[in-house]
Design a protein around this ligand. Structure first.
Ligand SMILES: Cc1ncc(COP(=O)(O)O)c(C=O)c1O
Length: 264
């Protein structure tokens, strides 16, 4: 899966108009492994960054030189202790997701995150754990750093890719759900469905799979992490920790001395 992340990094640079990166995907995967190994990390977040330096101050991507840095640091529950079991409380943000002709929504681009910072800061100050941004047409898009799913009338539904980041966890969840014989659809839906669904959950590399127990002060299902979410959450957790039939196909391994650590 590191390969997929590095492919998305390369694609994001291409979308922004960077010239070809000075490193291949294989080089980047190897560098990620080395960074983790050199820092002796176990559960960690990895943040590769493509940036320009040595250029003029003229806002032209062609006038700088491309550099890549990789940071990694230890990782715990993204939304805080207990949220993996209890679920999170979210609202619908006053901020909308970018129109695709304003910012490149398919690129994982640092500048896009100003939108997420604004929305996340606002919702935390209001007392929520995270927030849902609507797309420019007013349909549900995604959370600040996670894709979103609802479980409604026996189906799992997630917004189409038009205005959201093509999350690798989203893709993983769709595969795991279909593997388990669950029906998954990709379609636009209004915020009303958030209020009128049996379950809502969010997913991303940082947050993994997290249930939503409340949206805009409306309790979802039984007010905790629902059964379908729990099923997907535990399949995902097993998959990224080496205990799922899909794990060998999806994981890369970092050797640290005699110990092998898995890497989603
Ligand atoms: C806006 C946004 N949506 C969705 C995601 C989830 O993507 P992934 O599952 O690849 O981490 C992220 C992750 O950074 C994100 O920033």
């Amino acid at each position: 899966m590191v390969q997929c992340h590095m492919e998305r990094l390369t694609a994001s640079a291409r979308i922004l108009g960077f010239p070809d990166l000075p490193y291949s995907t294989a080089d980047l995967v190897a560098a990620v492994r080395q960074t983790i190994d050199a820092n002796g990390l176990r559960a960690c977040y990895i943040r590769p960054l493509v940036y320009l330096a040595e250029g003029g101050m003229d806002l032209n991507i062609d006038s700088g030189r491309t550099h890549i840095g990789i940071a990694a640091w230890p990782w715990k529950d993204y939304h805080g202790a207990g949220t993996a079991t209890d679920g999170i409380r979210i609202n619908v943000s006053s901020y909308a997701r970018h129109h695709p002709n304003v910012m490149p929504t398919k690129g994982k681009v640092a500048g896009n995150y100003v939108n997420s910072f604004l929305a996340k800061t606002e919702c935390v100050r209001l007392g929520f754990d995270d927030t849902v941004l609507l797309d420019p047409q007013g349909y549900v898009a995604e959370c600040t750093g996670q894709n979103l799913f609802v479980v409604r009338r026996g189906r799992i539904v997630t917004p189409p890719l038009s205005a959201v980041l093509e999350g690798l966890t989203r893709d993983t969840v769709v595969t795991l759900a279909r593997d388990a014989g669950l029906e998954v659809g990709e379609e636009s839906f209004p915020r009303d469905w958030l209020y009128d669904s049996d379950e809502v959950f969010a997913c991303g590399t940082a947050a993994e799979v997290v249930g939503v127990r409340e949206v805009d002060f409306r309790r979802i299902g039984g007010g905790g992490t629902g059964p379908v979410t729990r099923q997907i959450q535990s399949a995902y957790s097993a998959a990224v920790r080496g205990g799922h039939p899909r794990s060998p196909e999806w994981l890369d391994y970092v050797a640290a001395g005699a110990e092998l650590r898995s890497l989603p």
